[in-house]
Write a protein that binds this ligand. Structure first.
Ligand code: 4AZ
Length: 848
């Protein structure tokens, strides 16, 4: 018999009931196991059956009892809440939990809570364990809000009903308050409790695996910075629950602007959550983020407090976050009012920051008669519920919510228009930016759907309409399927064909400027077939949508104004700072030094190549194994994007019968750790194109760089991720630590390794290197190694990365493994293609 099968048969099935603990009965006396005499056989069988039945019923009873017990076993359940107390002035000492005033007030609130749990709804009293008051704030002059945590021991089966009882306490409090003016709880207590909100804490914040729980109290008056522990030098620690309680002066708001946020991309594991309160109450949650945050991430509170929480699990730690805090006066942002000019712009409060929760703004737009008003949203991100009941904009009584880009004009039927903006108590968005203008109905753009809607379904109707209408010249709106002798815009408008491809957005949705073979003489023809006005070329904005209107001008700026060793922003600005890219500081005025900074990050737990060691899964997610058909692993490579891999030109030179320059001879293995073992996330991709550097010199190894294009985009994830390409000005100074990775030989003349190897080496300056390498090292090459020998790249590592980790945790591709004098010999460093020298070449040939 297969020994494994035997084991399986007799192993207890603990997996059926993880809570069940098995107890073995003492073994019966050995004598009793002796075979009974034959005449007693029947008696023994009967007795055996009775015993078995007894044992069975005993076990069943035990299981039922255990199950019942488990369901009734009290489990800790944590609730958080806030209590607003009227006629109570806020003392400055309430901000300091160690002060006598804090302790005294906290004790009063705890007593009040105990009374509430015991007297109001009998059910809660018997499970209540303790409350602790964690903070106070002052929303108005004569009231204080206390933030607390209450712990209960609740049997599993009772959890839902206790949750409901806790929430109904809120409703009971509310109804008593509204009836009597203030909440009266027996026995009549010294505190004038105005309102109480208590809810079960987010279960991710109550997990027993959280080892470090800490809170920081920050007054934001002077402004400053907060960041996750270790940021940006080391990843945040595992299993932490941190809180930053941010407080502004009375009649001010807290403002929090994130400069960087890089967490694990799974909110069940690591996340930040921001609250419009000092307690992590779900109904005041403003936002929750994980992964890499978008460029603008900025929040403003509705009152004078805000809570930021960071929760992490035990795996995959990332750089974390850095954010600026400050306070803004309550009256600072314009919210509503009368707009009486004939044109203007208005926005949700604090745009492009997120709008605060609990906000209502009303704008009354009034233009001179007989003109009408129309409004267009330039940006619109307001809530996302299906019925626009929470956050919304109301125009002429019609509610809008969700996300929309480049909307059409919405017109009024008079010279007045009312615009209302509403946000509820939780989950905020970026808001909106709108423009309005006065117009006369004869303006051609006035034919926006809400203003005039003509249903044209046949040629006759259209011609008839054209004859009679004085205002129909270029645009008509049609619900019918055709636009006779006209261009049909995507939004349904019919447009005179002469207005196609003239660089002007006549449709209102730009569809008349797309798919143009040529453009009008005043317009620029973008690479993607769009037409934009010549005046928009080189204006610093991507008007084409593919950047082609800004491409040529950048080159001009570069040639004329920025020396090679200085970083050039996209707008041409030249920076003094060394290596400003992706360093978490905004250095360029246009923010371009911090754009595209999702590269070079890894989601592995922190913890051939000669002289190296095995790397960990996901430690080098950009590493590629380039395999030659029928021969297996031949070279390394680095992922630059979902489509492109960078390698060495010498890997793709024909060699005897091996047609290495042909794309169909290669396959790329991505997300691979152990070469012989593919797993669920590793991918094999065909190569459609190889672009080797035209000037590669196989004698000198100059320009040893090549690109490989994958036959389709690969999904990027924690196993497959691009490395950062350094700007041409990026400095990798001598002495800097760098990493080489590959499956190459671990000794000269050896065979390839199965597990991806890594080795730490150092950058060596070119002149010192030239002494050792017979002056064979040119400006396009970079030396790195360990001069004592023993650590180096070797056969099979070629084309792979020489990686440098920046202070912000981004990994940059400093070099491509190219050549050397043997492997790991003393005073014979490895030579790499210097990637900064080929940054322009890579961009030109791959677009990356
Ligand atoms: C090779 O043959 C090779 N020691 C790569 C790197 C080095 C030597 C040889 C550097 O692929």
């Amino acid at each position: 018999m297969d020994p494994l099968e035997e084991r399986q048969k007799f192993s207890p099935r603990h997996d059926l009931d993880p809570d069940a603990t098995f107890q073995f009965l003492p073994a019966p006396d050995a004598k009793k196991l002796e075979k009974p005499p034959v005449r007693h056989k029947k008696l023994w069988i009967g007795l055996g059956l009775v015993m078995a039945a007894l044992a069975l019923s005993l076990m069943t009873g035990l299981l039922v009892w255990r199950f019942h017990l488990n369901r009734n076993m009290p489990l800790p359940r944590v609730y958080v809440g806030s209590m607003t107390i009227d006629h109570q002035s806020f003392l400055p000492d309430y901000e300091d939990p160690s002060s006598g005033a804090f302790v005294k007030m906290a004790s009063l609130v705890s007593q009040q809570l105990k009374v509430m749990y015991h007297t109001n709804l009998g059910k809660l009293g018997k499970y209540f364990r303790r409350s602790s008051v964690e903070a106070f704030s002052n929303d108005s002059d004569d009231s204080v809000t206390a933030y607390y945590r209450s712990e209960f021991d609740v049997p599993h089966a009772e959890q839902a009903s206790v949750d409901a009882a806790v929430s109904s306490l809120e409703t009971a409090a509310e109804s008593q308050r509204t009836r009597r003016g203030r909440l009266l709880l027996k026995p009549n207590h010294a505190l004038n409790v105005n309102s109480v909100v208590t809810r079960a804490i987010d279960p991710r914040m109550a997990s027993s695996s959280l080892l470090v729980k800490e809170s920081f109290n920050v007054h934001v008056r002077e402004g400053g910075v907060i960041h996750s522990p270790g940021f940006p030098d080391s990843p945040y620690p595992p299993n932490i629950y941190l809180q930053w309680r941010l407080r502004a002066d009375a009649s001010h708001r807290v403002r929090l602007d994130f400069q960087k946020l890089i967490l694990e991309d799974n909110c069940q594991k690591d996340f930040i959550k921001i609250y419009d309160s000092l307690a992590p109450l779900e109904q005041t949650a403003m936002a929750e983020y994980c992964g890499v945050a978008p460029q603008t991430l900025s929040f403003v509170s509705s009152g004078n407090v805000m809570l930021l929480t960071l929760v992490t699990d035990d795996k995959k730690n990332f750089p974390g976050f850095k954010a600026n805090f400050s306070q803004v006066s309550q009256g600072l942002s314009e919210c509503g009012g009368t707009l009486s000019g004939d044109t203007g712009v208005f926005s949700s409060p604090f745009f492009p920051s997120s709008y605060p929760p609990r906000t209502l703004c009303v704008w009354n737009i009034q233009v001179s008669k007989p003109k009408l008003v129309r409004v267009k949203f330039i940006k619109f991100y307001v809530g996302n519920d299906s019925d626009c009941s929470r956050d919304y904009v109301e125009l002429n009584g019609r509610r809008l919510c969700g996300a929309q880009m480049g909307s059409q004009w919405v017109s009024s039927r008079s010279n007045l228009m009312t615009v209302k903006f509403n946000s509820d108590a939780s989950y905020v968005d970026q808001g909106f930016l709108a423009t309005y203008e006065a117009f006369t109905p004869s303006d051609r753009k006035a034919f926006s759907p809400p203003f005039i809607q003509f249903v044209l379904s046949s040629r006759e109707t259209l011609l008839d309409f054209s004859k009679t209408s004085q205002i129909l010249c270029d645009v008509v709106f049609s619900f019918g399927p055709v636009c006779l002798e006209m261009f049909r815009c995507t939004n349904g408008l019919c447009l005179a064909t002469r207005l196609r491809c003239n660089g002007v957005d006549d449709c209102g949705d730009s569809s008349d400027e797309e798919d143009c073979k040529t453009c009008d003489s005043k317009a620029f023809h973008c690479r993607n077939g769009h037409c934009v006005m010549q005046t928009k070329v080189c204006n610093g904005k991507d008007d084409c949508g593919d950047g082609s209107d800004e491409l040529k001008c950048r080159k001009l700026v570069a040639e004329t104004s920025c020396p090679d060793f200085r970083f050039r922003c996209q707008n041409g600005q030249c920076l003094e700072k060394v290596n400003p890219e992706c360093d978490v500081e905004d250095d360029c005025e246009d923010g371009s030094d911090e754009e595209s900074c999702q590269c070079g990050l890894r989601q592995y737990r922190s913890s051939r190549i000669v002289g190296g060691q095995a790397s960990q899964q996901d430690e080098w997610p950009w590493q590629v194994s380039l395999q030659l058909m029928g021969q297996g692993h031949a070279c390394g490579g680095s992922i630059l994007s979902s489509r492109w891999v960078l390698t060495a030109a010498h890997c793709v030179q024909d060699k005897g019968s091996a047609r290495r320059s042909q794309a169909d001879q290669w396959e790329a293995l991505l997300g691979q750790h152990e070469l012989s073992r593919t797993n669920e996330w590793s991918l094999t991709k065909k190569i459609t194109r190889i672009v080797a550097h035209r000037d590669y010199d196989e004698r000198t190894f100059e320009n040893d760089v090549a690109l490989m294009e994958l036959d389709s985009d690969v999904p990027l994830n924690q196993h497959i991720w691009p490395i950062c390409l350094p700007s041409p000005a990026h400095s990798f100074p001598a002495g800097q630590e760098a990493w080489i990775t590959g499956w190459g030989a671990t000794r000269e003349g050896g065979t390839t390794k199965m597990v991806l190897q890594k080795a730490k080496i150092h950058i060596i300056n070119n002149s010192m290197c030239n002494n050792a390498m017979n002056n064979g090292v040119t400006d396009g090459m970079l030396c790195a190694g360990v001069l004592e020998g023993g650590v180096d790249a070797c056969q099979g590592d070629s084309g792979g990365p020489l990686a440098v980790v920046s202070p912000s945790g981004h990994v940059f591709l400093a070099g491509v493994v190219s050549w050397g004098d043997g492997c790991a010999l003393k005073n014979k460093p490895g030579i790499y293609t210097r990637v900064t020298r080929y940054r322009g070449w890579i961009k030109e040939h791959s677009g990356v």
